[in-house]
Ligand binder design. Structure first.
Ligand code: 13P
Length: 254
């Protein structure tokens, strides 16, 4: 049985003082949640948040990482640096990074490998643009992105890797694929993993949906059989909204 996960991607929002207030408010609201809960603030906030969430059911994630251990990469942070400040998860290949920072499937694979080999759990993002969907290329693109990201990982490492399907046109727009379409895409991703790595492993990999997940739809999205949770953006803005998404069981899948 795959444990549901809700990860909140804060993107480039909040300074440490605001982050501290946010997690202090979040802790009591989600203390009984049955899913894994990850907050993914700007890295500058992590050392402030870490002692506050210590001993709670909330885990810390980052939004990006570099693939090298150290060296001349101005402005970048390594896996070791993130882990040293208590980060356990990292988003890799978010569409905003692919779009604005020229990330590609090769660097995303290097980052995924670097993270998982050192024990940092990757949440790899994949997804299609509207035009790609309309021209019928979405599945080809998405399965290619998934298999490229996983290339060279061992079975144990793949098991620890989370894949988040985020249709680019659904991010921050309030528009979403129909529930069965989102489920079918995640099913297609699982089949691609199964073809390459076998059914047993494919059944263990957690697959998230991201893109306009909100308190009012999280329950029905995660009730879909292939969807193991959500990667949430705008609904992290308000701590109560995020807590409602985390507590989706109360309205959806039990
Ligand atoms: P929204 O929830 O704002 O659509 O963003 C999703 C996202 O990009 C999470 O990584």
């Amino acid at each position: 049985m795959r444990k549901p996960m809700i990860a909140g991607n804060w993107k480039m929002n909040r300074i440490p003082e605001q982050a501290v207030q946010y997690v202090r408010a979040l802790i009591p609201l989600v203390k009984d949640a049955a899913c894994d809960i990850i907050v993914m603030p700007p890295v500058i906030c992590c050392s402030y948040i870490k002692p506050i969430i210590e001993g709670t059911n909330i885990r810390l994630g980052a939004q990006n990482v570099h693939f090298a251990e150290c060296g001349p990469y101005t402005g970048e942070l390594s896996v070791q640096m993130l882990m040293a400040i208590g980060v356990e998860y990292v988003i890799i290949g978010h569409s905003e990074r692919r779009q604005y920072f020229c990330e590609n499937d090769k660097t995303i694979n290097l980052k995924t490998k670097a993270a998982v080999k050192s024990g940092l759990k990757p949440i790899v993002c994949v997804g299609e643009m509207k035009e790609e969907r309309d021209s019928g290329y979405a599945d080809i693109k998405i399965s290619y992105q998934v298999l490229m990201a996983l290339n060279g990982l061992t079975d144990k490492e793949i098991e620890k890797t989370v894949i988040a399907y985020e249709p680019i046109w659904a991010i921050g727009t309030g528009v979403m694929p129909a529930l069965n379409e989102a489920n079918n895409t995640l099913s297609m991703i699982r089949s691609a993993i199964e073809r390459n790595y076998g059914n047993k492993l494919a059944q263990k990999v957690r697959l998230l949906y991201g893109g306009s997940m909100r308190p009012n739809n999280a329950g029905e999205i995660i009730a879909q059989p292939e969807i193991d949770g959500g990667l949430v953006g705008a609904a992290t803005k308000d701590v109560e909204d995020f807590a409602k998404v985390v507590n989706f069981q109360k309205g959806g899948r039990q």
